[in-house]
Design a protein around this ligand. Structure first.
Ligand code: MG
Length: 314
């Protein structure tokens, strides 16, 4: 999900990145020769429901049935607020998903503030208690924070890690693993005593926020859901992170600029190969707003078609 689009748009240098990666991306099917047009019904494919935008809420039961018919098997929720998902009671949403033949595996939820301080900590802890209890009733496998807290220095970043550990304890007590999902700005750098995070290849000083998150959170309390597209937009190679942090990155967001595979900038064949080598079982397709007039449902179907046909998706 894109929560800091304004920051992103300011980083105009990113717009050249597609070119950098396009050179590496060969046809995803080239090494395998032929592509079977027959959808493999046995694949486990998750969908982050943010991808459907408000189109989903025009008809939730009908929309979820369409999602199932496309080949998706699992859902990751978004839009949780006070026991509701996008305004629909959580347990009713679960019933609608089950009726459609979909399993709710995960949910994205954000604490009420991005400013993590000693003063805001009790409010954040209270939020996690309530949210974890609600999701325990729902029966999810993961509870994941997708929004980045404010981090301007190494010290602030380490404090955020303490708060993540606290969240992890609370969520774990409800029987659910707590995870963190990145955008691109976690690949900015911070310095000790710094006053802002700095992004870009030419920033030599400092440590990557994402690496600090990985190193300063407790592996028994916090796992990572890596959004591979935002990692690339953060000028990173997601495969290298998957190799470096095999035991920490447990879930993926499979995402491209729009419909999977269309941009040519994402090497999904290698990403899926490394994910399989790491033993990653769960991933969720995510789609931002369709840029070309097609509906979100059409875009989400395009993503499913890509994965069902791809020989490297097992
Ligand atoms: Mg994502």
């Amino acid at each position: 999900m894109m929560t800091n689009r304004r920051d992103f748009l300011k980083s105009a240098s990113l717009l050249t990145l597609g070119g950098l990666f396009a050179g590496k991306a060969t046809s995803v099917y080239a090494s395998n020769g032929s592509v079977s047009p027959v959808a493999n019904a046995s694949k486990t494919i998750g969908l982050q429901i943010y991808s459907l935008s408000k189109e989903l809420y025009e008809d939730v039961p009908g929309g979820l049935k369409k999602v199932k018919a496309m080949g998706y098997t699992n859902l990751e929720l978004a839009g949780y607020k006070e026991g509701k998902i996008g305004g629909v009671d959580m347990m009713e949403f679960k019933k609608m998903a089950e009726d459609a033949g979909l399993k709710i595996t995960s949910s994205h939820v954000n604490p009420p503030t991005r400013d993590y301080t000693k003063e805001s900590l009790p409010q954040i802890q209270e939020y996690w208690k309530r949210t974890a209890d609600d999701h325990a009733k729902l029966g999810v496998k993961y509870l994941i924070q997708p929004g980045q807290p404010t981090t301007r220095s190494v010290e602030e970043t380490k404090f955020v890690c303490e708060v993540f550990n606290e969240a992890g304890k609370i969520v774990k007590a409800a029987g659910i693993p707590f995870g963190y999902h990145n955008h691109e700005m976690e690949f900015a750098k911070v310095t000790p005593g710094g006053t802002e995070s700095k992004f870009g290849r030419r920033v030599r000083e400092g440590e990557l926020i994402y690496e600090l998150f990985l190193k300063n959170t407790d592996p028994s309390l916090v796992f990572f859901e890596m959004d591979v597209y935002w990692a690339v937009m953060g000028q990173q190679d997601p495969i290298q992170w998957l190799k470096n942090y095999k035991d920490r990155i447990k879930v993926l967001h499979i995402k491209d600029r729009a419909v999977l595979g269309d941009s040519g900038m994402m090497n999904f064949e290698k990403i899926f190969a490394q994910a399989a080598a790491n033993g990653i079982k769960d991933y969720f397709v995510e789609l931002e707003r369709m840029p070309d007039g097609r509906t979100q449902f059409e875009g989400v179907k395009g993503c499913a078609d890509y994965l069902l046909k791809a020989p490297f998706v097992k």
